[in-house]
Design a protein around this ligand. Sequence first.
Ligand SMILES: *Cc1c(COP(=O)(O)O)cnc(C)c1O
Length: 416
Amino acid sequence: MTTATLTSNHGATQREDFNQYVMNTYGRFPVTIEKGEGCKLWDTEGKEYLDFVAGIATCTLGHGHPALIEAVSEQIKKLHHVSNLYYIPEQGALAKKIVENSCADKVFFCNSGAEANEAAIKLVRKYAHTVLEFLEEPVILTAKSSFHGRTLATITATGQPKYQKHFEPLVPGFEYVPYNDISAIEEAITDIDEGDRRVAGIMIEPLQGEGGVRPGDLDYFLRLRKICDDTGILLIFDEVQVGVGRTGKMWGYENLGVEPDIFTSAKGLAGGIPIGAMMCKANCDVFEPGNHASTFGGNPFACAAALKVLETIEHEGILQNVQARGEQLRTRLRAIATKYPNLFEEVRGWGLINGIEIKADAELTSIEVVKKAMEKGLLLAPAGPKVVRFVPPLIISSEEIDQGIDILEQTLADLA
Ligand SMILES: *Cc1c(COP(=O)(O)O)cnc(C)c1O
């Protein structure tokens, strides 16, 4: 049973059917999006939106990108799925492209961010049991206010109790530390060191996305890398939201000047076609046949899409665009924060993942801003109750950034 959350009649009948038959796991906006092109979307009433959400940092090349359409059309005509019982040339080509454009040596493919993180968690545990032989009970440290997914292991890894509530018992072997706090890591490693119960991995986002668009500190990450080098603890980066050009670099870790031992990708990797990937360096490539698998993982269709996304990023100056548009966006957001000093705390982000934080004591929530902006034709996403997130397609133009921020200004003028 559902309670009606609809506030408008637009497409109401369709949405009543939807609510009757689809499980009620999302707080949805009363909008039905029907088509898209570039950074624009249209709903069933013909209303146009400028898309600063990109399917939650996923539609790297925007909507209806001709190169992506061609790649997936050609691939589905040829072959779309055969399973990993056989060699898949597109999967091999994609793995090669990722390895050539990152610090990784090997890739495992799956279908989502949570699955990629599950694979990373399993790899750390196998490494602990086989390489760090003394480890009976390997522990993975994760950060408070992190987000790593919705499976049981990944809600456990997620350092936010609201995602765990009512799903206990959680998976053993995780402990939490505050983000960007090196002494907390050092203390946790010492505290947990009891015989065979030891820290085997540190899993962390280079920039916390869902947790409020919080970039990692350079110095913190350098010291994290040093601790891992000195102790043999594995450093795992969850790049599900920040990887694949989102930050203006190919990978989030490039902003921090350190390389992880293992990292994961999903959201933007195939531009909106479901895919996940877990990458590792040669020294922690400990999986053997039968250790891990995914029926859909790395199928020809998803890999053809991801290959086209990576080729387009490489050949069409996308990273430069992300850097320039990100600067432009932050400059305009900072002007807004200055204009409303009682409303906003700060603007932060890298490339085209940015957030504006509302002051804790301001009577305004991120969702109010998002709803009002949507009425005015701009799609935004919250990142927690007090941060509004800006993650447009990476192909966004200078005019579209200005257009979006103009709408945001009108939105705030209405709300203030
Ligand atoms: C979205 C996200 C996930 C989960 O990805 P799914 O594809 O929804 O499973 C994991 N980690 C981070 C950092 C994310 O942003």
